[in-house]
Unconditional design. Structure first.
Length: 221
């Protein structure tokens, strides 16, 4: 049974956003999450065209996915947060560093209470498929940032004067583990979140080295 809502209808109901007028990119973001099968839809043929409707129970999934997509631009990462508990925990650490004690990010006001609850819920065993995360944003960041830029990348790249921690986080997000490792060895972390990030960088770099060694072994056989 379909929800009876198209993707644009659902976004209007959830966020009071008319995607056709305000942000066609937001519809594209949602459709990318349909294509990677995180969001389920039903397709109906109308005359010679096909029309997609959200499957029953998918409103909560769409809501949570678009909130997470505001921070993590890659739809694969958003889907992985839903499916992979370990990756979800790692994402929580990233969001904690991003939100910190900020009242706004890139000019977008944050509700501190909702931001704290957002992190707490994501860190908990809450079912992202059936329970909605609190929305910490006054305006959905996709409306402000456009097509291919997440809040995280926009924030970290807006200034050349970003902190060593931000540089480390940016290198990690860009999957530049050599740079991330080098940066992690240049300073001492003063809080648990940064210490966890450094530990994860070292673990990821070690795994990459071990994989390279394995490839070298097979190539020599």
């Amino acid at each position: 049974m379909a929800s009876g809502l198209t993707i644009p209808d659902a976004i209007r109901d959830l966020f009071e956003i008319d995607v056709a007028k305000e942000s066609p990119y937001l519809k594209d973001k949602a459709n990318s999450l349909v294509r990677n099968k995180l969001i389920k839809v039903n397709t109906e043929k109308v005359v010679q065209r096909s029309k997609q409707y959200l499957a029953e129970g998918q409103l909560d999934v769409l809501f949570n996915a678009l909130l997470l997509n505001a921070i993590f631009t890659d739809p694969k990462d958003v889907k992985k947060i839903f499916e992979d508990r370990r990756f979800r925990d790692e994402s929580v650490k990233t969001i904690e560093l991003l939100f910190a004690e900020n009242n706004s990010l890139m000019g977008i006001a944050l509700s501190n209470q909702n931001a704290v609850q957002f992190i707490d819920d994501l860190a908990s065993e809450m079912d992202l498929y059936s329970v909605r995360l609190p929305n910490p944003f006054s305006t959905l960041p996709q409306l402000v940032l456009g097509k291919n830029l997440s809040l995280l990348h926009a924030l970290l790249t807006q200034s050349a004067l970003i902190s060593p921690t931000d540089n480390l986080l940016l290198a990690y997000l860009n999957n530049d583990m050599d740079k991330a490792l080098a940066l992690s060895n240049q300073f001492k972390a003063n809080n648990s979140g940064v210490k966890q990030l450094i530990g994860h960088v070292h673990a990821q770099h070690k795994e990459a080295e071990e994989f390279d060694d394995l490839l070298d072994y097979f190539q020599k056989m």
